[in-house]
Structures are given as structure tokens and as C-alpha cells.
Design a binder for this molecule. Structure first.
Ligand code: PMP
Length: 419
């Protein structure tokens, strides 16, 4: 395994990869391969960017045929066939069947671009600067989104005061507190000292915050508060969207309709950089050129995105996730049983976490688990407070047998570490 060059080349600004001492070469479906020909099952999935696996044949064929036809690669604000086809497909096959009516904004290559656009638009529409975000949230690393992201190490690099965000206690952090009532008090008590926000921004399942699933009644409660107080509800579906929770949009399980939705990561279908903002039509008050960027709406990303959505529908990925999530839930129960007092597992669909907080608060145990998994051919990453939660996010087309094999590696690795 030759990773030496990465550590010694002066030209490399910083050796980025801390966790996986291998040089990766190829990948297919749920598998990654390194230079030595070792196979790994990938439960990291590009941080949620690869819901349809690595190098999906159908998506690849769409990309290759476009490249071979000398299709226009960079068209920015021009009309193009891929753009038209993507928009039509998205409207007809994704939005309409769900009874949703959104305008689609191409926001840029990455998740944080979508979040920034949503923040700007919410502030513009409501003419208010404050935003409510949840404790434990992760929304990105640029100045608007990082002000909502809560973990101290992410915020530390900002270099300027992060302002105009009020963080709301997340129910799992304050089980004794009625957080909906708390928000209501912030909004109505003239001694709260809190400015009314333009929007409440949240993930329905906090992923990088440690796999925290917000329950349906609570999500409905947030929707009701937004309606009552004329506040926009923004759902950040960058990581847990695209069927990961068992429905294409993660908020579908709560039967709510957000005013603005952000998407990125797996919406790019093939690991392509792509970000969207979905906007209730009457909120689209952007003036031409008010929010632009050179690489928003990139042609190859649109092609991969549409092909990815076709795969999602043709392979019945939502139903698949709903069904196979029972396999993960079962494995999680078994993992928790390895140390019922100290290990906590939680999640839904194909997004789960194994929490080692009760072992230590600085990620020592979770790192040992990650290393042991890697040694045994499984790639997982860590999230949550002190990086104490091992995140389990297989691709959504994974064969049941491979899923079980990966979960077995996880369970055995944890067992080896804690015994
Ligand atoms: N929102 C959520 C919910 C995310 O999980 C992430 C990335 N982890 C982002 C926004 C930011 O996306 P990106 O890293 O592509 O900027």
C-alpha cells in the first residue's frame, strides 16, 4: 500500500485523508478497490453523494453518449437539451406525482451553494435577517451556512463572528424540554430578546450531527409554527434526500410541504457536483443575475441527475429502502446488544449511526472501530459530537447479501474493539 507520496510531496498542501491508508483506483456499485486490488464495501457513500452506487452502468451510458456526441458542456444561462430534459423530468416524474409545486433553481455544484441560496432568498422574501437553525445541525462550511452549522471545530475556521442565527435546542439534546413551546415562547414573549426569523432551517434527520431523527409530530409542529408566524420552513435535504430515508424527499414521511428545499450530493446521480433549491413559486423573487455562479447547472451533472432519477424510479429504490431497512435495523439491534448500556444505535431507512459517546467523548473508540472495519474491508465514517458516532450509509441499490456482509463486518469489528 503506497500512500507515501501523499505524505511527502511538498506540493500537496495537506494530506487530507486521515482515515483510509490506501490509494483507491476503481469502484463499482457498493465496492471500492485500492491499488493493491483489495475490495472494500463502501458504507460511506461519498458522504451521501452516491445513493445509486459507484459507476452505475445506466447513468454512465447516458454520460458517455452525451460526451461522444460533442454535446455542449458549459452553457450556463443558455437553454440546452439536458437542461430542458432534466426540468421536464423533475416536474413530471418527481414533483407532480407527489403533489408538489416548486420552481427549480440551479444553485451551484455543492450543498453549501444550495443552502446559501436558500438563506439569501428567505431573507430577501421576508425582509428579516435572523434565521432559526437546530443545535446539532450541519449545513455547510461557507459563511452563511456555517453560521447554522453547530459543531465547534467546523465553526472555528470561520475567522469572523458568525451571526444572525438563533440555535434552537434539538429535542434529543433536551429531552425534558418542549422545544416547540420553546420556539413559540421565543416568538411571542417580548422578553425573549430574539428577533423573528425569516426561516426555520432544518434537516429532518441530522446526518453529520450524529444521526438524529426528528419525529413526525415534531416536524408537523415546526410546520404549524412557521404557518402561524409567517416564517419560511426550509428543509435541507442535501444528505438525507434522494430516497435515503425511504421516500425521495425526506419530509414526505411527515406529510409536510416545506417552503424551500435544498438538494445536492446524490441529486448529482453519479457523484457529479450539482445543487438545487426548490422554491414555492410565489417566493421566487430573485431578480435576474441576483444569485448566479459559473458552474451552477452544469450539463454533465444534469444528465447524470436525470439518469439517476430514472434509476431511482425504475429500480423502485424507495420501496427497496423501506423493505431492506429492516435488515439494517435488525443488525443495529444486535450491535446495541453487544453493550446495551454503552452502545446506542439509531436511524431510519439507509441512514444509521452507532453511538460510542458512553465509551469516551473524543472519538477514541469510534476511531478504533473505523480502523478495525477498514482492516476487515468495510469503509465507514464518523459524525456527531466528538466524532463519536459511526455513520452507516450504504448505497441504496446494494444487494441484500452484500448489505448483510457489510453489517457483519461492522458488528464483528465493534465486538473486537470493545471486548
Ligand atoms: N447540508 C447538509 C445536510 C449536509 O450534510 C452537507 C454536507 N455534509 C451540506 C449541507 C454541505 O454540502 P457540501 O459539502 O456539498 O457543501
Amino acid at each position: 500500500m503506497n500512500t507515501k507520496a501523499f505524505e511527502t510531496y511538498e506540493s500537496e498542501v495537506r494530506s487530507y485523508c486521515r482515515n483510509f491508508p490506501a490509494v483507491f483506483t476503481t469502484a463499482k456499485g457498493p465496492f471500492l478497490y485500492d491499488e493493491d486490488g483489495r475490495e472494500y464495501i463502501d458504507f460511506f457513500c461519498g458522504a451521501g453523494g452516491l445513493n445509486y452506487g459507484h459507476n452505475n452502468d445506466y447513468i454512465k451510458s447516458r454520460l458517455l453518449s452525451y460526451l461522444e456526441s460533442d454535446g455542449v458542456m458549459h452553457a450556463l444561462d443558455m437553454y440546452t437539451v439536458p437542461k430542458r430534459e432534466f426540468i421536464e423530468f423533475y416536474e413530471e416524474k418527481i414533483l407532480k406525482p407527489r403533489g408538489l409545486n416548486y420552481k427549480i433553481q440551479f444553485a451551484g455544484p455543492t450543498g453549501t451553494n444550495a443552502v446559501e441560496a436558500a438563506l439569501k432568498l428567505a431573507r430577501k422574501v421576508k425582509k428579516r435577517t435572523n434565521i432559526f437553525a437546530m443545535m446539532g445541525a450541519f449545513h455547510g462550511m461557507t459563511l452563511g451556512s456555517i453560521a447554522m452549522t453547530t459543531d465547534a471545530s467546523s465553526r472555528a475556521g470561520a475567522g469572523v463572528p458568525l451571526t444572525n442565527v438563533t440555535h434552537i435546542p434539538a429535542p434529543y439534546m433536551f429531552p425534558e424540554l418542549d422545544t416547540l413551546n420553546y420556539i413559540e415562547t421565543l416568538l411571542t414573549d417580548d422578553h425573549s430578546g430574539v428577533d423573528k426569523p425569516a426561516a426555520i432551517v432544518l434537516e429532518t434527520v441530522q446526518a453529520d450531527g450524529g444521526i438524529n431523527v426528528f419525529d413526525v409530530e415534531w416536524l408537523k409542529g415546526i410546520r404549524a409554527i412557521c404557518d402561524k408566524h409567517d416564517i419560511l420552513m426550509v428543509v435541507d435535504d442535501v444528505q438525507v434526500g434522494c430516497a435515503r430515508t425511504g421516500t425521495f424527499f425526506s419530509f414526505e414521511r411527515a406529510g409536510i410541504v416545506p417552503d424551500i428545499v435544498t438538494q445536492s450530493k446524490s441529486i448529482g446521480g453519479y457523484g457529479m457536483p450539482f445543487a438545487l433549491v426548490l422554491i414555492r413559486p410565489e417566493l421566487d423573487l430573485w431578480e435576474p443575475g441576483e444569485h448566479n455562479g459559473t458552474f451552477r447547472g452544469y450539463q454533465l451533472s444534469m444528465i447524470a441527475a436525470k439518469a439517476g432519477l430514472e434509476v431511482m424510479l425504475n429500480e423502485h429504490v424507495e420501496e427497496r429502502v423501506q423493505k431492506l431497512s429492516a435488515v439494517i435495523a435488525q443488525a443495529m439491534e444486535e450491535i446495541q446488544a453487544l453493550s446495551p448500556e454503552k452502545i446506542k444505535t439509531r436511524g431510519m431507512g439507509f441512514v444509521w449511526g452507532v453511538d460510542f459517546w458512553r465509551f469516551d467523548h473524543d472519538g477514541v473508540t469510534s476511531k478504533k472501530v473505523l480502523d478495525e472495519c477498514f482492516k476487515n474491508g468495510l469503509i465507514v465514517e464518523r459524525v456527531g459530537r466528538g466524532n463519536t458516532v459511526v455513520k452507516v450509509m450504504p448505497e441504496l441499490l446494494i444487494e441484500e447479501e452484500t448489505l448483510k456482509k457489510g453489517l457483519d463486518i461492522l458488528k464483528n469489528s465493534i465486538s473486537n474493539v470493545i471486548r
